[in-house]
Design a protein. Structure first.
Ligand SMILES: [Zn+2]
Length: 294
């Protein structure tokens, strides 16, 4: 059974190159030297090494703070998947999607599509990068069946129904489209004048649908991918019609404020080249706000 890193590595090998980033830029994918390793299991992902990979002492530095994710701590070997992943310096900056054996760095629009209609071919996996500072590959979850669907948001695993998150996303997007802010939808504290404008009954009906889910991880996920619909009628007719709306072509580097809570704290690895500074992340967040909230 493939672990997340093994699935990503296999998909990378099967994906036509170049494999551009969501912003259209190309990036270097180093090929680390693999060799024979003595341990049956991989220290990091716990998967089978088949005798090939890299020694963990050659790869894992003292500054590596993701040790709590290690699955086979008695091992001194890394499998080829983990050995390869840890050599890809850019990979934390971008979300990861494996579907039909191919690797993608999905845009937020693409992530939204997957969450609305989870793939029905297995295995697949989705790990969503929020800060761009944390490893999301080996903490991810491979989906092997519709009965057990998990996606990763930053380093938090979230279980989804096989039917997707449309039941949460629809009222969230309707409220955003009606002019409420993401903060209002997240907190449940709304401005009275906006409620009057939207109509009390209309607002109440949608707020009732999301009130019970507020604070749940699936709700955070819905708010994260929610888009303001260009025309409200389209949103209520068909989710498919929204696929033509503007795609967010920026990296998933900016964080929604509440997502950080509950994230393992031991993952403040030093920033590697090509990663965004906090200032840049904040700048991108500011740039994105107008397009999100109209
Ligand atoms: Zn591994």
């Amino acid at each position: 059974m493939l672990t997340p890193t093994q699935l990503i590595y296999q998909a990378y090998q099967n994906t036509p190159k170049p494999l551009p980033l969501p912003n259209g830029k190309e990036v270097e994918w180093p090929i680390p030297e693999m060799g024979e390793v003595p341990d049956e299991l991989c220290w990091l992902c716990g998967g089978a090494t088949h005798g090939q990979g890299r020694m963990s002492k050659d790869v894992i530095r003292k500054t590596f703070t993701n040790t709590p994710f290690a699955r086979a701590i008695e091992s001194e070997s890394l499998c080829t998947g983990c050995g390869w992943i840890l050599a890809q310096r850019h990979i934390r900056n971008w979300s990861l999607l494996v579907v039909d054996g191919k690797l993608e760095h999905p845009t937020r629009q693409r992530i939204r599509e997957v969450l609305l209609a989870p793939p029905e071919t297995y295995p697949w996996m989705l790990s969503i990068a929020v800060s761009g500072q944390k490893h999301i590959s080996f903490p991810g979850r491979v989906v092997f069946s519709p009965r057990n669907i998990w996606v990763l948001l930053e380093q938090i695993p979230i279980q989804l129904p096989a039917s997707g998150i449309g039941h949460v996303l629809a009222p969230v997007e309707e409220l955003l489209t009606a002019g409420f802010t993401k903060t209002e939808v997240q907190t449940g504290v709304y401005r009275q004048d906006r409620i009057r404008t939207a109509g009390l009954a209309w607002w109440k009906e949608r707020e009732k649908r999301i009130a019970a889910m507020r604070g749940s991880q699936m709700f955070e996920l819905a708010v994260y991918v929610a888009q303001v619909q260009e025309r409200e009628e389209e949103a209520s007719c068909s989710m498919d019609s929204t696929r033509t709306t503007k795609t967010q072509q920026q990296p998933h580097s900016a964080s929604t404020q509440s997502i950080g809570a509950g994230t393992p704290s031991g993952s403040k690895s030093p920033r590697t080249s090509g990663e965004l500074s906090k200032e840049q992340s904040a700048q991108r967040q500011r740039e994105r706000q107008p397009s999100l909230f109209g």
